[in-house]
Design a binder for this molecule. Structure first.
Ligand SMILES: Nc1ncnc2c1ncn2[C@@H]1O[C@H](COP(=O)(O)OP(=O)(O)OP(=O)(O)O)[C@@H](O)[C@H]1O
Length: 267
């Protein structure tokens, strides 16, 4: 179980400041959803937390600065599933997921039986067993997305960073993936950070939320404090209605523009 603390993160890409002054805290075993409009900086924030992007500021996991860790140490602590990574088309699903065990395999060593068992069990839990020997280049978008998640779960790190883990998934697989992540969080105390476009889904699963807008934190707190009609209008330019569901969790419904008004009379 690990606590994440980020302070004053700044990322400059191609001379443009993409993130500035971003800070967040995720308690051990909590789920933080990062939300925001296209281009707001969500993926960049996740990469900065994962330590795969040069940035200034500080990311601490259990008070340990992530940038000081060697890649193997970092990979044992943080598993990161990018939004749409380039996948080696000729590699099989099993071998790709098995790469998640790399931080545990000694240099010049080979994976052991336990590594293969962990990999097989994750594939099974994600309905990917039938695809184990299929080559990555021959998968559908949703299957590929589950394989990327599988590799991250196979890593068995206490911090899980998922960039839009459900965008290509049908409704059933969305629920399966999110429930699996939630179960792992509750059973093993994983600390989870996900970017999520679907605000209702984010509101259902997250303990806390951070709304990123133009590279800065515009709001953060409990889902009910961040998913408000006013903030969504302001930062997404969308008209929505918020309905509070079971457990006080907010549901977000798009409102169509009101076209019941009679058309204005001509000149
Ligand atoms: N390598 C890069 N060089 C320059 N600008 C970049 C680079 N990568 C991303 N950006 C810009 O940084 C900003 C934030 O990008 P990011 O991918 O973090 O947004 P996002 O919130 O995840 O968006 P989306 O919801 O569309 O996935 C965008 O304006 C993007 O164009």
């Amino acid at each position: 179980m690990s606590r994440i603390l980020a302070r004053d993160l700044e990322v400059v890409l191609d001379g443009r400041t993409v993130l500035a002054g971003v800070g967040l805290v995720v308690s051990r075993g909590d789920w933080l959803a990062v939300i925001g409009a296209n281009g707001a900086g969500k993926s960049t924030l996740l990469k900065a937390l994962a330590g795969v992007l040069p940035c200034s500021g500080e990311v601490l996991v259990d008070d340990v600065p992530v940038r000081r860790l060697k890649p193997r140490e970092r990979a044992r602590l943080i598993a990161y599933a990018p939004q749409s990574p380039a996948l080696p088309a000729d590699m099989t699903v099993f071998d790709y997921a098995l790469l998640g065990r790399t931080p545990y395999i000694p240099y010049l060593g080979r994976e052991g039986r336990a590594d293969r068992e962990v990999t097989a069990s994750v594939l099974e839990r994600l309905d990917l067993e039938p695809f184990a020997s299929r080559r990555l280049g021959r998968l559908s978008g949703g299957e590929r997305q589950r394989v990327v998640l599988a590799r991250a779960l196979v890593q068995q790190a206490p911090v899980l960073l998922l960039d839009e883990p459900t965008t290509a998934l049908d409704l059933g697989h969305q629920q399966q993936v999110l429930e699996l992540v939630d179960r792992l969080r509750l059973a093993d105390g994983l600390t989870v950070v996900t970017t999520l476009h679907d605000l209702s889904v984010a509101g259902q699963y997250a303990d806390t939320m951070t709304l990123v807008s133009r590279g800065r934190v515009a709001a953060s707190g409990a889902p009910a404090d961040v998913l408000t009609e006013k903030l969504i209008d302001e930062h997404f330019g969308a008209r929505v209605r918020i309905e509070t569901g079971p457990g006080g969790r907010p549901g977000v419904h798009l409102e169509r523009p009101d076209d019941t008004e009679p058309p204005a009379s001509g000149p």
